[in-house]
Ligand binder design. Sequence first.
Ligand SMILES: [Zn+2]
Length: 328
Amino acid sequence: MYRTALLRPGVAPTLDGSLPAQAEPPSGKDSAPDRVMQTAELHPLPAEDHGPEPSPGSRPLTGRLSRAHRAAGASFLLAFALGFVHLRLAAIPLAIFVVLCLAAPSFPGWSFFLPILSAGPRSRGAVTLTFDDGPDPLTTLPLLDLLARYGVKAAFFVVGERAEAHPCLIREILARGHEIGNHSHSHDLFLMLRRSATLHREVSACQETLSRQGVRSLVFRPPLGMTNSRLPGVLHRFGLVAVGFACRPLDFGNRRVKGLGHRVLRTVERGDVVLLHDCPPRGGVAPWLREIDTILGGLRERGVGIVPLSALLGRRVMEKGEPERQAE
Ligand SMILES: [Zn+2]
């Protein structure tokens, strides 16, 4: 049932096969909604294991027009109106819309093509750490040990190919209570320039790999955080929502490790989803671990909690089942 549910397009059932319940409608208006780019209600946690309450002011991620749709509508209306003044003027709003479409893939924070969850409420007083591009035999286990010393649960946005190659690391991540998200199957840096079928295959293959290892991810982070107009449809088919980041220390996939800890501590704000990487660092594993240690220690000193992604966003980010087979 688990895998059948995973592969059924457009449906995001829970592990027992039932459809997810609808969450409470939005209410209240605290919790710094400016930083909650979007929170969602597609897979609310049951009351008993929900952890934090869903963010007040949260709205469904589907069933409403994207910013791209609204920008298109506004551009065409404006062009139509300006056309009565002078035909050349009508080209201005259309040109602006085209520029927006070209620039938007590089600015996921705009949530232009689809809602992207990049932060939780500041009022929660906590952040979450996310590690992309793993798992990796060099880095994942020492990282897990370090996180355990601080009692911190993180989220790992894994690459399908690497998850397939190292299922024992996926099991270890799960066994230690961390969360796992889909980061595409092959981490194609130009994925957002590919056809819809390729995009679909990349998301699907990673979901399948994780499914075999007993995980159904409910969140997707695109390589480089880039999006396009085809992504919303693909994610909807798999019941996934896009997760971005609010704090990006520009480590360039662990190629720029020196000073990483201070860059995070200088810029991080309460409520942030912090982007880090779980892949072989330039300069060796030990210096990189010291930087992560600086982040963990620095946040603790400031009294900033580090909570799981699901707790920060107030929504479930994965479902666990039984691994289909044991490997490695
Ligand atoms: Zn990545």
